[in-house]
Design a protein. Structure first.
Length: 275
């Protein structure tokens, strides 16, 4: 997700929100599908004891074997295919020797480039048996994304999406992260507009058919504040509360939106084992 005040990528990023035609939808379908298939492929590998570096290696090989490129590999000094964000990590967790443990919940985020188009998606994974409070947070996060996406159609405004997400999450006594947001997506990885996961109805840009963007709410069990670790990437909750996220890349259609990153195997929403 982009930093809210993100001004890099300025060369390619344009303030004017791009509107795409049928061939562009086809490009995003291919990229989105491969990104979703990569996350599907990882499901049986997310088990107690696996290192996050091993999951990253599996994803990198999968993407390269399919003739695509991992968008994050050379992205502003980042040198991995995945972001893996367990427990109180909000986003941009760096793969490494750390192993996942029974009871962890983790977001895995991948972006692939196919014929220049970016497919960007993330999901939650449960490691072994997961506690009820973690499962509840994951369920709320998925419901928040669904409520945001249910708003999408021409004429609706960005604030309507943010408000649908925020009002639901807060009604469940959780909080929405403010410091990271969704983004326009397409030939540019992080394009305008910023897609805030909070806001006021009837405000912000008006959606038009052919716009492409991500919706990727981060939801915390505690307060919304985050802090960045010294590695310059990893964002964690300030109060160490659990955080969850899920992300789709979508295109606005005449009547709603098309999910480019739907899981072909039906695994977008994880079957988390209960404790
Ligand atoms: N995939 C993330 C997003 O949803 C971006 C990760 S950038 C990285 O926008 F460099 F941290 F990998
Ligand atoms: Co994104
Ligand atoms: Co992403």
């Amino acid at each position: 997700m982009a930093l809210v005040d993100d001004i890099l990528e300025a060369e390619y990023r344009t303030d004017k929100i791009k509107v795409h035609g049928p061939e562009d939808f086809e490009g995003m379908r291919k990229a989105g599908r491969l990104a979703a298939e990569c996350l599907d492929m990882l499901v049986p590998h997310v088990v107690p004891g696996v290192s996050t570096a091993e999951l990253d290696r599996l994803a990198r090989e999968f993407v390269l074997d399919h003739g695509a490129l991992p968008a994050c590999l050379f992205y502003r000094g980042y040198s991995h295919t995945l972001c893996i964000s367990p427990n109180h990590v909000v986003c941009h967790g760096i793969p490494g020797e750390r192993t996942l443990r029974e009871g962890d919940i983790a977001n895995i985020d991948v972006t692939v480039v196919v014929d220049g188009w970016h497919g960007d998606t993330s999901r939650m994974y449960g490691v072994g048996e997961v506690a009820p409070k973690s499962r509840r947070l994951v369920d709320i996060t998925y419901e928040a994304l669904e409520r945001g996406l249910a708003m999408v159609k021409p004429g609706v405004r960005l604030g309507d999406i943010g408000h649908a997400i925020q009002s639901y999450v807060e009604s469940m006594r959780c909080s929405v992260v403010r410091d990271f947001c969704g983004h326009g997506v397409g030939k540019v990885f992080h394009d305008s507009p910023n897609i805030l996961h909070f806001g006021h109805p009837g405000t912000g840009e008006v959606l038009k058919e052919g716009m492409f963007f991500t919706v990727e709410p981060m939801v915390n069990l505690g307060k919304h504040q985050v802090k960045l670790l010294n590695d310059g990437w990893t964002a964690v909750t300030r109060d160490k509360s659990l955080s969850a996220q899920c992300e789709h890349s979508v295109g606005v259609t005449a009547t709603g939106c098309e999910l480019f990153t739907a899981s072909p195997a039906g695994l977008f929403k994880p079957a988390i084992q209960g404790a």
